[in-house]
Design a protein around this ligand. Sequence first.
Ligand SMILES: Nc1ncnc2c1ncn2[C@@H]1O[C@H](COP(=O)(O)OP(=O)(O)OP(=O)(O)O)[C@@H](O)[C@H]1O
Length: 266
Amino acid sequence: MSAPLVEVRDVNFAYDSRPILKGINMSFPKGKLIAIMGLSGCGKTTILRHIGGVLKPTQGYVKVDGQVISELDQQGLYAMRRKMGMLFQFGALFTDMTVFDNVAFQMREHTDLPEEIIRDLVMMKLHAVGLYGTQDLMPGELSGGMARRVALARTIALDPMLIMYDEPFAGLDPISLTVVGELIRKLNEALGATSIIVTHDVQESLKIVDYVYFVADGAIIAEGSADDIRASGEAFVKQFVHGEMDGPLPFHYPGNDFNTDLGVHA
Ligand SMILES: Nc1ncnc2c1ncn2[C@@H]1O[C@H](COP(=O)(O)OP(=O)(O)OP(=O)(O)O)[C@@H](O)[C@H]1O
């Protein structure tokens, strides 16, 4: 088997003295679509930031395409980031630019390609997300789902080998959600890329991913295929996947006892 495109080995990370990641091990094989799931604040985005080289582990390492990210110099990191596409929460478009210019932005910033080639490439990317014909519209004229697809087209503008999505489903209606999910899968295949999705949208991502890492409080508590996760007996995962109120995740914020505060004595 060939080496994975991304390897996260024994990564620990702390903000000041507060541990955020606690011995994370993950492997992202080439061509696969993998989700990192977990509740808000469990450390998902922090893992992506390590892969993108924005944060350095306190212990352990992250390798992308055979190179230890934290050992790259500025130029090496820049070259590496050009091979990564990142769609961050809500993937805001530049509101004062047309759809065309939004998608062309990266190509103009990072390449010396002539304008007629950029034009063809932008049209190909828009076609890939099903939005050929929208190039002259302004972002304000798009629905939320369409805007997210333009953001996808922009993310793949430079044909990245690795695509990272942070909450790509946030704020979408159920139909757009499915469209965006299918598109993430299709683009990964069409580009021969490797994709990582950070999400707490379990149902949508289980439909499209090859593998899932389940993170709670900075550590992996479950991993496996979508079917493994659906069938997991782990109480935390069950509660998360089936959206149950009762389970190891408390519904109540850990504060004073409600009855005591009300002066009610059982
Ligand atoms: N710059 C920072 N300084 C200190 N603590 C931070 C900083 N950024 C994030 N944290 C803390 O690190 C923890 C993990 O954050 P992270 O953003 O990785 O979580 P997440 O799982 O991606 O959550 P969400 O789904 O809400 O984005 C959180 O408790 C957060 O408060």
